[in-house]
Design a protein around this ligand. Structure first.
Ligand SMILES: [Zn+2]
Length: 387
């Protein structure tokens, strides 16, 4: 492709992304408002909106008011959320939720699939559930534009291959191709942390953010980074392995084979093991927090150490990437308590003063739909990117 042609295509994509993002935030906007918000020329807005109107993604809503100069009515544009749908599946070792979302990322169907052990279990369960969704939602198959799958582990998103999942014990499984063939719709995969960042960027708390990091607090800790509005994947697609930053040299052996990783102190697996070794009988992190709240010194120490280690690692991340926000997604159910307070304090104590007011720190409780909805957002992103 010639450079002029490439540049025109990039300009179109950038204008299209701006238009879609603006219309995801607002109920309706006129072309001139879109031009003002996105900084894109009126001519380019006309070109992009024409393509989106032809695809049925936008609708024109004639208004009775006029712009006052030529007396022409101002036409408002609205995203047609029910024009296309996306499936999302979160593949985990103990559960496998599946959702159907519309273009706004709103969940219209939710199914709980049995946990799978093998790739063929996954294909069978996904195929059955997809048929049920088609029947129960009454949405024509032609409107379902793709399926996104999240897997905890090392994922080659470009090739659609799960390179390694410790939880599932899978190696080099071409998940996207298997699912696309069985369901006869386009399929994409990514790891949990990247998918969540993508979902938050398009439909969630980071919709207005060009630079942010999301930190996934689960049995292990993951992270993903948006820079200039794009997910940063790194040279070998491995960016974001915050859980394996060394925080205690010669510390506890980690699942990665090294010692003293952040996961061994602040990950959900590690905290459960440490609580058990300390003689604390807990099933959830909320129970550990409640023990701490009632003055159990061992619980306080474990949660404080975990939060402090995490906060110090995140402070380094803030210095390196200068995000406008660090968004913690709490899958462990810590809630507001010692862990979050220690994390926040450690960030504040370990970043330079000029980052303090410039970096928003948000803790969010992850609901049951977050992962599959994020998975669906991968498909939404890829579909919109193909227009
Ligand atoms: Zn490690």
């Amino acid at each position: 492709m010639r450079s002029a042609e490439r540049s025109t295509k990039q300009q179109f994509r950038s204008a299209r992304n701006g238009v879609i993002a603006s219309l995801l935030r607002s109920v309706q906007l006129s072309r001139s408002e879109l031009s003002e918000i996105t900084g894109v020329s009126p001519a380019a807005i006309t070109e992009v909106t024409q393509v989106l109107l032809q695809r049925g993604l936008l609708a024109e809503l004639p208004s009775l008011s006029t712009n006052g100069r030529r007396g022409r009515p101002i036409v408002q544009l609205q995203l047609q959320a029910s024009h296309c749908y996306f499936v999302g599946i979160s593949v985990g070792e103990s559960s496998m939720p599946m959702v159907l979302t519309n273009l706004r990322g709103e969940v219209v169907e939710h199914h709980n699939l049995p946990a799978c052990k093998t790739p063929s279990d996954l294909v069978k369960a996904a195929s059955n559930a997809f048929q049920k969704i088609l029947i129960s939602s009454r949405i024509p198959r032609s409107r379902i534009q793709g399926i996104g799958i999240t897997i905890s582990g090392i994922v080659d998103a470009k090739e659609g291959v799960c390179r390694y999942s410790a939880a599932l014990n899978w190696r080099d499984v071409p998940v996207a191709q298997l699912i696309a063939t069985a369901l006869r719709i386009p399929a994409w995969i990514d790891n949990d942390a990247n998918a969540i960042a993508m979902g938050e960027r398009f439909f969630g708390k980071a919709r207005d953010m060009e630079h942010f990091s999301s930190i996934v607090l689960g049995r292990t800790i993951g992270s993903a980074h948006f820079m200039h509005g794009m997910l940063y994947r790194g040279h070998t697609d491995s960016a974001g392995e915050i859980g394996h930053i060394t925080v205690t040299p010669r510390g506890t052996l980690c699942r990665c084979g090294r010692r003293g990783c952040l996961d061994t102190i602040a990950g959900g697996f590690a905290l459960r093991d440490a609580a058990k070794s300390a003689g604390l009988s807990i099933r959830t992190m909320r129970e550990l927090e409640e023990m701490a709240l009632h003055g159990n010194a061992k619980a306080v120490k474990l949660l404080r150490n975990a939060g402090t280690s995490l906060g110090i690692a995140v402070a380094s991340l803030v210095h390196l990437n200068n995000p406008q926000c660090v968004l913690f997604m709490d899958f462990e159910g810590f809630g507001n308590g010692v862990f979050r307070t220690a994390t926040r304090q450690a960030i504040e104590n370990n970043v330079m003063a000029r980052f303090l007011s410039a970096t928003q720190v948000i803790f969010s409780d992850a609901d049951r739909n977050l992962l599959p909805r994020s998975a669906a957002s991968i498909a939404a992103f890829e579909y919109l990117n193909s227009l």
